[in-house]
Design a protein around this ligand. Structure first.
Ligand SMILES: NC(=O)c1ccc[n+]([C@@H]2O[C@H](COP(=O)([O-])OP(=O)(O)OC[C@H]3O[C@@H](n4cnc5c(N)ncnc54)[C@H](OP(=O)(O)O)[C@@H]3O)[C@@H](O)[C@H]2O)c1
Length: 305
C-alpha cells in the first residue's frame, strides 16, 4: 500500500481508464484529469477514496500545473486521432505533451510516463507519426527521465478496433480490406498495457522506452480471418487500394464522428510491430493476452456466440 498520487491525463479514455484501475490496484491515489470530469464520475465509483476527478485541458498551462501539484507521478494518455480546428497533432502531441512534461518537472513529479505509439518517428513523412516522434523528443527534453510507452494497436472489451471489425464482419457480406491486407499488426490487450504503465510507475526511475505488443503478429488479412473464424463467420475479403480509402476518409472527416480518418488509413500502411531490440512486456514480467482469449469474451458480450 502506498499513498502516492499519480495524475492520469486522459484518465477517462480507452487506455487511461484501465491505467486508473491498475494504478489503484497497485495502491496509488489517482487524479483523473480530462476535460469532462463528469465522465470520470460516471466511469468510476468516486466514493472510492483513492480516486479524484479534475477538469483539465492540456492546452491550458494553469490547469495542467494544478493537476500536477503534489503528485508523485504522471501519465499522459491524451489522444487526438483526427485534427479539428485548433486541435492539431502538433498542438496535442507536441506542444501539450511538452507542457505536461515541463509542468511535471517544475512540480517536482518523480516519474512521468508519456504514452506514444509504435513507430513514432520525427522524420516520418506521415504528419501523425512525425508529430508522435517530435512529441517524444520534446518530452525528454523537458523531463529527462521521462518513460516512454509505445503501445501497438490496442484491443479490449470496450475497444474501437476489434469491436468495429466484429460488427462489420457480421453485417457485411463483402469486407473491404485496407490495401491487400499485408500490413503486419501485433495487437496488445489494453489491460496489459495499463498494467505495464502501473509497474513502470512503481519501479522505473530512469529514462527508458518500452514497446508493448501482443504475443502474436498477424497480417491484417490473417487477423480478419482469425476474428471471423472465432465468430464463425465466412466473409469475402476484398482488397481496396489505400488511395481509395484516403479519399473516403477525407470525406468522412467532415462528419462529427468519422468512421474512418486519413490518419487511420496512413497508420494501416505501415507495420505496427515492436522492435526485438526494445524492452517490452517481458522485461516487466507481463505475459500478454492474445486476441483470441479476449475475443471469446467480446463475442459473449455482443451475444455473438
Ligand atoms: N487506442 C489505441 O489502439 C492506441 C494504440 C497506440 C497508442 N495509443 C495512444 O494511447 C493514448 C491513449 O489513447 P486512447 O485510445 O485511450 O484515447 P481515447 O480513448 O481517445 O482517450 C483520450 C483521453 O484524452 C482526454 N483528452 C482529450 N483531449 C484532451 C485535452 N485537450 N485535455 C485533457 N484531456 C484530453 C479524453 O477525455 P476528454 O475528451 O474528456 O478530455 C480522454 O480521457 C494516446 O496517446 C494514443 O495515441 C492508442
Amino acid at each position: 500500500m502506498n499513498d502516492r498520487i499519480v495524475t492520469v491525463f486522459g484518465g477517462t479514455g480507452f487506455l487511461g481508464r484501465q491505467v486508473v484501475r491498475h494504478l489503484c490496484q497497485h495502491g496509488f491515489f489517482v487524479r483523473i484529469a480530462a476535460r469532462h470530469p463528469d465522465q470520470g464520475n460516471r466511469l468510476f465509483a468516486l466514493d472510492e477514496p483513492k480516486l479524484h476527478s479534475v477538469a483539465v485541458d492540456i492546452h491550458d498551462e494553469r490547469s495542467v500545473a494544478d493537476a500536477l501539484s503534489g503528485a508523485f507521478g504522471a501519465v499522459n494518455a491524451v489522444s487526438l486521432y483526427a485534427e479539428q480546428g485548433q486541435e492539431t497533432f502538433h498542438s496535442v502531441h507536441v506542444q501539450s505533451a511538452e507542457r505536461v512534461a515541463a509542468q511535471a518537472h517544475r512540480a517536482g513529479v518523480e516519474r512521468l510516463v508519456h504514452v506514444s505509439g509504435i513507430g513514432a518517428d520525427a522524420t516520418s513523412p506521415s504528419l501523425y507519426i512525425r508529430k508522435r516522434g517530435e512529441g517524444e523528443l520534446v518530452v525528454r527534453a523537458a523531463f529527462a527521465d521521462a518513460i516512454l510507452v509505445r503501445p501497438a494497436v490496442m484491443f479490449g472489451l470496450d475497444d474501437a478496433f476489434l469491436t468495429t471489425i466484429l460488427k462489420l464482419l457480421g453485417r457485411l457480406p463483402i469486407y473491404p480490406m485496407f490495401g491487400h491486407g499485408l500490413t503486419r499488426l501485433q495487437p496488445a490487450y489494453v489491460e496489459d498495457v495499463a498494467e505495464a504503465i502501473a509497474r513502470v510507475l512503481q519501479g522505473e526511475t530512469h529514462a527508458i522506452t518500452y514497446e508493448c505488443g501482443g504475443p502474436c503478429i498477424y497480417s491484417y488479412e490473417e487477423l480478419l480471418r482469425d476474428v471471423a473464424r472465432e465468430a464463425r463467420l465466412k466473409p469475402m475479403l476484398i482488397p481496396i487500394p489505400f488511395a481509395a480509402w484516403y479519399a473516403l476518409a477525407w470525406f468522412a472527416e467532415m462528419l462529427a464522428r468519422p468512421p474512418v480518418t486519413r490518419n487511420q488509413v496512413e497508420l494501416m500502411q505501415v507495420d505496427n510491430v515492436t522492435s526485438p531490440m526494445m524492452p517490452g512486456f517481458g522485461e516487466l514480467g507481463i505475459s500478454p493476452h492474445s486476441v483470441e482469449e479476449i475475443l471469446q469474451r467480446m463475442l459473449r458480450r455482443h451475444s455473438l456466440v
